[in-house]
Design a binder for this molecule. Structure first.
Ligand code: PEP
Ligand code: CO
Length: 450
């Protein structure tokens, strides 16, 4: 790593960076951020990497999920709690189904920057800069709102810190105790078929806990029962921000991007010779890279060479986002090539980003059917190549939104306008999240890797 420096990415093309109108203000904000405390600590990041090494070996499963884009307006204790609840519910469903540890990683406490397909958005003949996430500009469609403003980076930092503080309190203060498995089921989910199925499973877990209590294992003498490990992640898109939060670990001398435990590079910025790859190759966090249907074997090998030159298990996760109609064509050859090269890679499936379409109402949506089809094909392809399907990656929220169609409440395209609240891509609501968790648990139960 001798030729890597914290700023060496500046010598490489950086796509998807905002056009900040005042570069002096940007520099000042980043200088300030670089003096603030880190959001996460190197020791926690190393713990996540060790868990992911288990995923790479087929001994654990990665569950990653949260908002497409966090929002400054949707920032309340209830909304953070409900996102945590739904991820905990999914994790319990998966753990119960596959009898392996499930590593929980939120798209939260830092997911504020968005890459865009087009730098401009046009509405009724008016063209304005695209919304790039609330750490850059505001989603309202006015000239003023769409102006990039670096003071938003600082606001995103403080919102991340505050969100993480509450998540830490919930996950270490008893809320995530398995004895509360029933209370994570929200009222509006409880009456759905999946909510009832969840309640039934929760009964079984409660019985097991009663049994353990009877033989003397309880939260007092087994702290593992009372706490849950929960990690954060986001797309490392804004390189100035990520650089400002990167710290040298005093124990090892290594660099860690302390804005989150795990960070990923998006489909639009994963060029092997680009600035994002250059920056991330120098930090020790576990990394993700989104892989779409146009990726080539050569690109993937170059990404492995740059991002995981020591071929460490747990360092690099490829997050496939092919689309239900592309995965069968595009994925198997990539998987085979990476396997035959002996690369230590976790393959995870993001069944959201290849399945977005515009409904007749003009709203972007995704169909549960397509999401489930992509997940099923992913698991079947992994099984046929004898590689453990390492994880899943979702855009979801704990609220009762109507952004994706289908699922056990059978949301239809005409209903999308009822509660369409995302500032970016359509998310699964809590009931739909349970739908997909049960499906994945069932599909994984049959997987045998030799
Ligand atoms: C995202 O995860 O929100 C995203 C933009 O994904 P991708 O890079 O896969 O398009
Ligand atoms: Co998205």
């Amino acid at each position: 790593m001798s030729d890597w420096q914290i700023h060496s990415w500046k010598q490489f093309p950086a796509l998807q960076q905002p056009d900040w109108p005042d570069s002096q203000a940007l520099t000042e904000t980043c200088n300030t951020l670089s003096r603030y405390p880190p959001l996460v600590f190197a020791g926690e990041v190393r713990a996540l990497k060790a868990h992911l090494a288990k995923v790479a070996k087929g001994e654990a499963f990665l569950l990653q999920g949260g908002d497409c884009a966090e929002s400054f307006n949707d920032f309340t204790a209830n909304s953070i709690r409900d996102k945590l609840k739904v991820l905990l519910q999914m994790a319990v469903i998966l753990t119960h189904g596959i009898s392996k540890p499930v590593i929980k990683v939120g798209r939260i406490a830092g997911q504020f920057a968005k890459p865009r397909s087009s730098p401009f958005e046009t509405q009724n003949g008016v063209s304005l800069p695209s919304f790039r996430g609330e750490s850059v500009n505001d989603p309202a469609f006015t000239e003023e709102a769409r102006q990039p403003d670096p003071s938003r980076l600082e606001r995103a930092y403080f919102q991340s810190a505050s969100t993480l503080n509450l998540l830490r309190a919930f996950t270490h203060g008893g809320f995530a105790h398995l004895s509360r498995v029933h209370t994570w089921n929200q009222d509006f989910v409880a009456n759905s078929p999946q909510g009832q199925r969840y309640a039934h499973m929760a009964d079984e877990i409660t019985k097991s806990l009663d049994f353990m209590q009877a033989i003397g294992l309880n939260a007092m003498n087994s702290p593992v029962l009372n706490e849950v490990e929960y990690f954060t992640s986001h797309e490392a898109l804004l390189l100035e921000y990520e650089t400002a939060l990167t710290r040298q670990d005093s124990l090892t001398g290594d660099y860690y991007d302390c804005s989150a435990h795990m960070i990923w590079i998006g489909e639009r910025t994963r060029q092997p010779d680009g600035a994002h790859v250059e920056f991330l190759r120098g930090v020790k966090n576990p990394l993700g890279v989104k892989i779409g249907p146009k990726a080539s074997v050569d690109e993937l090998i170059r990404l492995c060479d740059k991002l995981n030159p020591l071929n460490e298990p747990g360092r690099l996760t490829f997050i496939g986002r092919f689309g239900h109609d592309q995965i069968a064509r595009a994925f198997p050859a990539l998987l085979r090539a990476i396997r035959s090269e002996g690369r230590e890679i976790i393959w995870s499936c993001d069944p959201m980003h290849g399945n977005t379409y515009t409904a007749p109402t003009g709203l972007k949506t995704r169909a549960l059917d397509h999401i489930l089809k992509e997940l099923q094909q992913f698991i079947a392809i992994m099984q046929s190549e004898n590689v453990w399907p390492g994880g899943v990656h979702f855009e979801l929220t704990g609220d009762n939104v109507t952004e994706c169609v289908g699922g056990s409440h059978d949301i239809r395209e005409e209903q999308l306008t009822e509660r369409y609240e995302t500032t970016c891509d359509p998310r699964l609501n809590a009931a739909q999240s349970l739908d997909v968790a049960f499906l994945v648990a069932e599909a994984l139960r049959g997987v045998q890797i030799r």
